[in-house]
Design a protein around this ligand. Structure first.
Ligand SMILES: *[C@@H]1O[C@H](CO)[C@@H](O)[C@H](O)[C@H]1NC(C)=O
Ligand SMILES: *[C@@H]1O[C@H](CO)[C@@H](O)[C@H](O)[C@H]1NC(C)=O
Ligand SMILES: *[C@@H]1O[C@H](CO)[C@@H](O)[C@H](O)[C@H]1NC(C)=O
Ligand SMILES: *[C@@H]1O[C@H](CO)[C@@H](O)[C@H](O)[C@H]1NC(C)=O
Ligand SMILES: *[C@@H]1O[C@H](CO)[C@@H](O)[C@H](O)[C@H]1NC(C)=O
Ligand SMILES: *[C@@H]1O[C@H](CO)[C@@H](O)[C@H](O)[C@H]1NC(C)=O
Ligand SMILES: *[C@@H]1O[C@H](CO)[C@@H](O)[C@H](O)[C@H]1NC(C)=O
Ligand SMILES: *[C@@H]1O[C@H](CO)[C@@H](O)[C@H](O)[C@H]1NC(C)=O
Length: 396
């Protein structure tokens, strides 16, 4: 009833004013009616009195029974009016000269344009149509497909290009996920499988969360996904993206015989501080082929140099011939590698191996002793002769 009256007053004022609804006046008139005529009084809770309800820079506008956040330019709440305003960085979607990954230039410039729309669209609420996350996600998947096809036909790419690819995917997801409208979005193609879970609860969700696809399972908690509750922006997302054909994603710099035993996958969450998680995440990989080789859990590391598979912060907690479970203390792109560790041997085999090592070492030591002894003896003789010659020379 009250809402109808309010809307009527709003409509009336809109007719008399210059097109712009004068909400402030409507509110006063409405409140006046309420306090004078109504038998019951409803108290509007001013949500804007709660600290940081719109983020550090957002401006909170109180409405009857509601509120919305006005984000200054350079900030956005992705069109969700009651979410906190977060800072945008559209410059990270700038294409770089000399970039050679196919399809990436056009994809990045599209992201940048969408980012710029968000950057500007905030002062008076979402006036312009917002970019849709689903369309952008489809394009992201298409781009990674094209890239994997290219890798299959042209052999592998340099480590720095792989790093560039993974970085781009990470920053794309951070823009796309908040724009998705569904709770669960999944796209699967011949090369890529991506699933995104979004929650928009008022209070941060808690408890376990897992995502599964054909080749992998991710187990974590909403606490890990969100990180610091102070930074909760009104939504949380978790992404599992697996690349089915990145077998040639090798680091070209170091060890020989590195082969992926699983598909590679990127894990991304709304929390952006994920280099040292307080709680481990678990990844269950299905092996591409059943194998007795001990796989190594690795992630793509670009901290020191162009990029390598690194074991730091990831351990294998369970492994059989079909599956391996990795526990990791950070987020990134993960895979199983074979070729770092020795083959699993039976007890007897390793006994034989150690026997061989012992015999070989004994031989080395013996030959060393013999060589040294021979040198010692021969030097003593020659040294003695030389001394005599010297003495003879001096006498002359
Ligand atoms: C986003 O908006 C802010 C504030 O108007 C502006 O300073 C910044 O340059 C914009 N970003 C880009 C990439 O245009
Ligand atoms: C964003 O707004 C600024 C002024 O606030 C304007 O100069 C600029 O052209 C706008 N950018 C876009 C992409 O609309
Ligand atoms: C990606 O999109 C382009 C243009 O929309 C299309 O021609 C191409 O076939 C797509 N590639 C894949 C692998 O889906
Ligand atoms: C996916 O793979 C199947 C079987 O290999 C093939 O028939 C189909 O054309 C592929 N689809 C695309 C979009 O490449
Ligand atoms: C999405 O999740 C929220 C809880 O976070 C739930 O209330 C809502 O019904 C879900 N929507 C759909 C379409 O499943
Ligand atoms: C991951 O696995 C370890 C040991 O297997 C377990 O203690 C931990 O609770 C698991 N974490 C999650 C998020 O499921
Ligand atoms: C990142 O997370 C770690 C561990 O949870 C915490 O100690 C650190 O202060 C956080 N860093 C920032 C910049 O929030
Ligand atoms: C591995 O998979 C094969 C075939 O699916 C199955 O027969 C075997 O029991 C599995 N091994 C283990 C250790 O689960």
């Amino acid at each position: 009833m009250g809402a109808i009256i309010y809307l009527l007053i709003l409509a009336l004022l809109k007719d008399y004013g210059h097109g712009e609804p004068q909400e402030g006046i409507a509110v006063y008139v409405f409140l006046g009616l309420l306090t004078s005529g109504a038998t019951q009084q409803c108290l509007d809770i001013d949500e804007c009195n709660t600290d940081g309800v719109c983020g550090k820079r957002g401006i909170c506008q109180n409405l009857i029974g509601s509120y919305w956040c006005e984000c200054p330019a350079g900030f956005t709440n992705f069109g969700k009016n009651q979410n906190k305003c977060v800072e945008l960085n559209c410059d990270q979607y700038e294409t770089q000269p000399g970039q050679t990954l196919p399809g990436f230039d056009s994809f990045l410039s599209l992201l940048r344009n969408n980012c710029l729309v968000l950057n500007n669209s905030t002062l008076s609420g979402p006036t312009r149509p917002l970019p849709t996350g689903d369309v952008l996600l489809t394009l992201l998947v298409n781009t990674t497909d094209v890239l994997q096809l290219d890798l299959q036909s042209n052999g592998h790419r340099s480590s720095s290009e792989v790093t560039k690819l993974l970085k781009t995917i990470e920053i794309s997801i951070r823009l796309i996920a908040p724009l998705l409208t569904e709770n669960v979005t999944r796209i699967e193609t011949n090369h890529t499988d991506v699933e995104i879970l979004v929650r928009r609860d008022k209070t941060p969700p808690k408890g376990p969360v897992s995502l599964t696809n054909e080749n992998t399972q991710l187990d974590t908690t909403w606490e890990t996904v969100i990180g610091d509750y102070q930074n909760y922006q009104g939504f949380a997302f978790v992404v599992l993206l697996s690349y089915k054909n990145l077998d040639s994603l090798k680091d070209t710099t170091s060890r020989q015989n590195l082969q992926l035993m699983s598909s590679a996958l990127t894990v991304s969450v709304s929390n952006s501080n994920t280099t040292n998680l307080p709680q481990l995440i678990n990844l269950t990989f299905n092996h591409l082929q059943s194998s007795d080789v001990d796989p190594t859990c690795v992630y793509w590391s670009d901290e020191n140099g162009p990029g390598v598979w690194s074991e730091l912060g990831c351990t294998s907690v369970m492994s059989n011939s079909n599956q391996t479970v990795c526990s990791c203390s950070h987020l990134s792109t993960f895979a199983l590698l074979k070729g770092i560790h020795q083959k699993k041997g039976t007890g007897q085999l390793s006994l034989v191996m150690w026997g061989g090592v012992f015999v070989a070492l004994t031989c080395v030591v013996l030959s060393l002793i013999t060589t040294l002894w021979c040198r010692f003896v021969s030097r003593k003789r020659r040294g003695g002769n030389r001394l005599k010659q010297d003495v003879q020379l001096h006498r002359k």
